[in-house]
Design a protein around this ligand. Sequence first.
Ligand SMILES: [Zn+2]
Ligand SMILES: [Zn+2]
Length: 565
Amino acid sequence: MLTNEELADELRILADLMTIGGDDDVYRIRRYSRLADAIDALPEPIGAVYAEGRLTDMKGVGDSTAKLIEEYLATGSSKRREKLEETTPITVLDLLELPGIGPKTAQRLFQDLHIKSIDELEAGLDAGTVQGMKGITAKTEEKLRAGIARIRRRNVERPLQEVLRLSEQIGEALNLASDVTAVAVAGAARRGVETPRRIHVVAATENIGQAAVVLDKIGLGDGSPTREVRGEFGGGFPIRASLTPSAYFGVTWLRQTADASHVAALSARATERGLPPLDDDEGWRRLDEEEIYGKLGLPLIVPELREGTTAIDRADAGALPTLIRIDDYNADLHVHTHASDGLNTIEEMAQAAQARGYGCLAICDHSRSSGQAGGLSAERLLEQIEQVRVVNDGMDSDFTLLAGSEVDILRDGKLDYPNDILAQLDWVVASVHSNFNLSEAEQTERFYRAMENPYVRVIGHATGRLLSRRDPYPIDIPALIGKAAETGVALELNAAPDRLDLNAEYCAMAREAHVPVSINTDAHRRETLDTIRYGLATARRAWLEPKHVVNTWSAEEIQGFRAPS
Ligand SMILES: [Zn+2]
Ligand SMILES: [Zn+2]
């Protein structure tokens, strides 16, 4: 069944297709986009609202809209959408991802120039037919071309969350083949790479032909019984599906997860020990990954470390670390509430954290300069601190709610609240949300100043990157890590799936410099607390152990960390 987010997306697709296709039912278009917002903000699953017959209690939902929602929940799509797509191909929606193109401009491009896709837009720009059209000035041409290049990059690499979601769809399709006994994610996504360059799944089946036919039905391969099916999925993104008899599942999964140099090293090791090479399926029949590593004289090397030979060497030296796991994670130290741009109350966020077994949570709403994000004035912040104290008093004694703030670092490196306000907080995350266009030296200096403030505990999402949407601003992260070591400030690994900021490479540098890392979801609604898994994947790739991560400590240790004297 569709999630709230997926249904909201579907309704926005309907509204956009109607707009671009020139549908003049503006009321319906507006109703769909308002309903999408309402469903996005709904505090319970839309499926539950439907099941209890409460759809028409929602604002703006009459009988016909309720029927439409019902159709989506039952089938995942709608007749209306299929009808719209007959005249307005879904590829026109890609145009909306470009800077400066809204539904009206997309409509003109589609209706006047018959441009239906990014490729056709680029061809139009090259031919000079697009320039001079209303809404497309000479100035926007450069932006459009940069946007087109960025979308093209989407088919080279995509965020881990999206690749896992696409992998799941492949898995669902494969599970329709009755003989498939296991489907698993492999490749870079299983290694936790932040932006994998392909989808890669491994499926166990005694009937490879049948699985290949199922894959053919979703546009992959040609249906012939082969063990490697390749193609494109999710709008041009490469995929590889490895089909294997279940006896060879273990060795196939291992081979398809590790990178080439890791596989080569294991194979060489096998030869040294008189064992068959790793590509000899029959030689490793019915062994799981742990047993294969065991035969090679190694402990199980976790997927995140199956790149190159470092982990193999460390294992030989008996020095393989025990990486951070979800059960070590005790405290999310950067979440928002509806007081700024979040969705839930302090209580709801606290209960959600407690339900996940955490012992601590820091409420960190935006500060006053982030006006567009509902940043809190000093007065509102002081009120919120009081509210946090009240909620904390009502919670079990083994749970600690911290009054924090995500304080903007201003252009000159000063913080957005004066020190006498900051002094009343338990936890301060300092982040940059503006002035991305400073020089590298100025930007780095700006962070230095913030780190010198005695109330700052952690620097939030330091590079500002948004995966496949915004490149990092110029900043010297190695220098920042040095400054963190000097000032005792922690650095954040922001686990939001489109940030993963700092990346694994920088987190490893922080570990080597003895700078604690704070992994936080930056959740703006309670469900998003679950995105911690993406942050943990990045942390594990950086060889972080529980001791390196502030969030594994007790509430007392966290409060004592860089506590101002
Ligand atoms: Zn932020
Ligand atoms: Zn935030």
